[in-house]
Design a protein around this ligand. Structure first.
Ligand code: GLU
Length: 390
């Protein structure tokens, strides 16, 4: 059997692969500090878990409509309308198996072979793979020094074949949160060139300090009709294992994705949908408590990295830091540095190459403060050895 070029061209998720490697090392007895995967270490709020139990015991664990439970689509539409300022009706929403699933289906619905799609660096590794999986061509756009958008670079990347832009604010991996003026400029370009925008808002609730998340779809009616929001329960509700996401956009796109889903995977999981619905409707206080815990961890990691002499912009969203470590690397680049960190210090990091940027590493601070301190000690030793050899 020969693989299709589509399958042969796809590689597995780097972050998930590294997380599995860290788990294997831990199973072999090493005291691993894994900063590789972006996964909250909290459990889902009690009322979410209770709703999952109740759903199992309801005697109704069956198929739901392919696009999701009507009550959940309505709750998501209400959340977008009330909390994000994006006027949304349930027919514009599809419940999916994850944010990733929403993203891949959005790309399959929008990308024609040869279409060019702009990725704003640093960009989460799956964007690149999924654009190419959908038949598109990736055009990378380098950022400003502070990880914000460089509009001159964006203009230079535009071509007559450009069809869309994938935006992620707050950003995984940089933690950069786009300001409203930047979003307005992006949407002005999108309107001028008639581009779609996929807005990955999975970290929308995880912003800190003075930062505020703004959805580009909230800016005006034109923006709302050229933006597809992808989001889900994994990060803010600590529901990674429940596998719950959604997509919201123009009704004809939502309809197409719902039909795609009805053929590809069928309806999302009934139990998880009930759990997510309970979370959305009740907005449990644990969510704010988790955000505050992430904020404290963020400050600890950021301060610690600065104390190690690293150059980085303060991350204001998500739960990652993305420092420049180029001067600590040898000819193997950041991949070599990450390998050394794992082998010598049992510290799992993600090389910036996974996000289109050599010279950086990503550290996830979705772990307890004492583990962050331990990670900083180990990372300090890795950098000291790097510095010694250069
Ligand atoms: N989005 C998370 C991360 O970047 C989870 C891993 C993944 O889905 O690839 O680490």
């Amino acid at each position: 059997m020969r693989l299709s070029p589509r399958a042969a061209g796809l590689s597995g998720s780097i972050t998930l692969t590294l997380a599995a490697r860290a788990r294997a090392l831990a199973a072999a007895g090493r005291d691993v500090v894994s900063m590789a995967v972006g996964e909250p270490d909290f459990d889902a709020p009690p009322l979410v878990r209770a709703a999952a139990h109740a759903a199992i015991d309801s005697g109704e664990v069956r198929y739901t409509p392919a696009a999701g439970l009507p009550a959940l689509r309505a709750a998501l539409a209400a959340m977008l309308t009330e909390r994000r300022g994006v006027a949304t009706t349930p027919d514009r929403v599809v419940v999916t198996h994850s944010g990733k699933h929403a993203l891949s289906h959005a790309l399959l619905a929008l990308v024609e072979p040869g279409d060019e799609v702009l990725l704003l660096l640093p960009a989460w590794s799956s964007y690149d793979e999924l654009v190419r999986f959908a038949g598109g061509v990736v055009r990378q756009v380098a950022p400003r020094a502070d990880a914000g958008p460089d509009f001159a670079a964006l203009h230079a990347a535009l071509s007559p074949r450009t069809r869309g832009i994938v935006l992620n604010t707050p950003s995984n991996p940089s933690g950069y949160v786009w300001g409203e003026a930047e979003l307005r400029e992006l949407m002005r370009i999108a309107r001028e060139r008639d581009l779609w925008v996929i807005s990955d808002e999975i970290y929308a609730r995880l912003v800190y300090g003075a930062a505020r998340h703004v959805s580009p779809a909230s800016l005006d009616d034109d923006a709302r009709d050229r933006v597809v929001i992808v989001d889900g329960a994994s990060k803010a509700y600590a529901m990674t294992g429940y596998r719950m996401g959604f997509l919201a956009g123009p009704a004809h796109i939502a309809k197409a994705v719902g039909e795609m889903q009805s053929q590809v995977s069928g309806c999302p999981n009934f139990v998880s949908q009930q759990a997510y619905l309970a979370g959305l409707v009740n907005d449990p206080p644990e969510m704010e408590a988790m955000r505050q815990a992430f904020d404290a961890r963020r400050v600890r990691l950021y301060t610690g990295l600065r104390a190690l002499g690293l150059d980085l912009v303060e991350p204001l969203g998500a739960f990652y830091a993305f420092p420049d470590v180029a001067r600590f690397t040898d000819e193997r680049g950041v991949i070599g540095l990450c390998e050394d960190a794992l082998e010598q210090e049992a510290l799992a990091l993600v090389p910036g190459t996974a996000f289109g940027m050599e010279g950086h590493v990503r550290l996830s601070y979705a772990l307890a403060e004492d583990r962050i301190d331990e990670a900083l000690r180990r990372f300090g030793r890795v950098l000291a050895r790097g510095r010694a050899t250069t």
